[in-house]
Design a protein around this ligand. Structure first.
Ligand SMILES: [Zn+2]
Ligand SMILES: [Zn+2]
Length: 166
């Protein structure tokens, strides 16, 4: 049974805060009736609104996920989830709660520390200005030295140690 859904799911709980959906999600896929439930394969597209962990700006991330899940009728027997290759969710009545599956997949794919861009410059530690919007001109003496600079620093420390002995 193929399906093509468009809808929205509630707030997403992710590490470091909540992510918000930026518009409706679409889920296309196939639901197949199997012995003890329904097997669902779906492609989910949409986008979420996240906050950059470096510059704290909101940004959108496109989602394009392939989900696979099995929905089984709740039984009192302990679920054999460990042996399953796909996620198993409970059938609510006779309905597959795709929300649950989609939410699960999205949370799995979201980064722990979202970045608006790989090259995000973050905020100025002195004045707090978003450095992606331009340099603020603050002196940044605390900038860690590059690998090259560290080598030089070590050489200088070494040298001053020797000087100290003589
Ligand atoms: Zn950023
Ligand atoms: Zn600054």
């Amino acid at each position: 049974m193929p399906f093509d859904l468009r809808g929205s799911i509630g707030e997403l709980e992710v590490a470091g805060g909540a992510a918000e959906l930026a518009g409706p999600l679409t889920a296309k896929g196939v639901a197949t009736s199997i012995g003890d439930g329904v097997y669902v394969e779906a492609n989910v597209r949409g986008s979420v609104r996240l906050t950059c962990s470096r510059c704290l700006s909101p940004f959108q991330k496109a989602l394009d996920l392939s989900c696979e899940a099995k929905f089984v009728e709740k039984s009192d027997a302990a679920p054999a989830a460990e042996e399953e290759e796909v996620e198993v969710f409970a059938l609510h009545g006779k309905l597959c709660d795709l929300d649950e599956m989609v939410r699960h997949e999205i949370v799995l794919c979201l980064p722990m520390k979202p970045l608006c861009s790989e090259r995000c410059k973050g905020l100025c530690p002195v004045c707090g200005k978003n450095l992606n919007e331009g340099d603020c001109g603050c002196p940044k003496p605390d900038e860690p030295p590059s690998a090259f600079g560290r080598k030089l620093q070590e050489a200088v420390v070494e040298r001053s140690r020797k000087d100290g002995r003589t």
